[in-house]
Ligand binder design. Structure first.
Ligand code: DX5
Ligand code: ZN
Length: 222
């Protein structure tokens, strides 16, 4: 399967969010990445399910919700109701990851786990079968426009090896500082979904940038 591109609307124009969502809808982007921040798990506040609910009717794209919040279990049903298609919570934000994966899947959406840059991938191996998507953070979560942390490439390879060895369908998503400069290395390492905020929205022509990211010449073997 060809890799997926998930522009992050954290870098969109908040005063014209509807316009930016419609642009994504017309584009070759696969998913819309929705970064939810609570000012507690991360030192920034973005938006929550009311915003998701408002933008959902403007596009048919998959809504990929990345919850950077404490006690994410409290809000899983709200995000599913507001239109999430993928709900990703942080490994570092819950004591009961296995249960949370079941809870997310019970709402009928895909269940994801995000790992901060310091969290090793093997901490997920005991429950890898339960996880639809692993989001490897390639920056410290909280802000767009940060510098890509290169050790993510090694983590991507380690995780891909384990997924392939067990013949699982778990997708690997990379989030933070992704752009044309590192997309190819990430895809070669085994990434399936590339999140791109600044690379897309700060480009002169965001739709063209999405095409470029989509056409980076490495295909996955999924
Ligand atoms: C960081 C967010 C990312 C971020 C990506 O906390 O999870 O999704 O918006 O933005 P860029 O691509 O600008 O690093
Ligand atoms: Zn994100």
């Amino acid at each position: 399967m060809k890799h997926l591109i998930a522009p992050s609307i954290l870098a969109a124009d908040f005063a014209n969010m509807g316009k930016d969502i419609k642009m994504l809808d017309q584009s070759n982007a696969d998913w819309v990445h929705v970064d939810v921040m609570d000012g507690c798990f991360v030192p920034n506040i973005s938006f929550g399910f009311p915003v998701l609910k408002a933008i959902k009717p403007l596009t048919n794209k998959t809504m990929d919700c990345h919850l950077m919040i404490v006690e994410p279990e409290k809000y899983v049903e709200d995000f599913a109701k507001a239109g999430a298609d993928v709900i990703t919570i942080h490994y570092e934000a819950t004591n009961h990851l296995h249960r949370a994966m079941q809870q997310i899947k019970n709402t009928g959406v895909l269940a994801g786990v995000a790992l901060n840059p310091h969290t090793p991938v093997n901490l997920l191996f005991d429950i890898l079968e339960e996880i639809d998507l692993v989001c490897l953070m390639s920056v410290n979560p909280g802000f767009g426009g940060q510098k890509f942390i290169y050790s993510t490439i090694k983590k991507t390879k380690q995780l891909k090896e384990e997924i392939t060895r067990r013949n699982l369908n778990t997708k690997i998503e990379i989030d933070g500082g992704v752009g044309l400069q590192n997309a190819e290395s990430l895809l070669q390492a085994g990434a399936d979904v590339l999140v791109a905020g600044s690379a897309v929205f700060k480009a002169d022509n965001p739709m063209e940038m999405i095409d470029k990211l989509k056409n980076v010449g490495v295909y996955n073997e999924l």
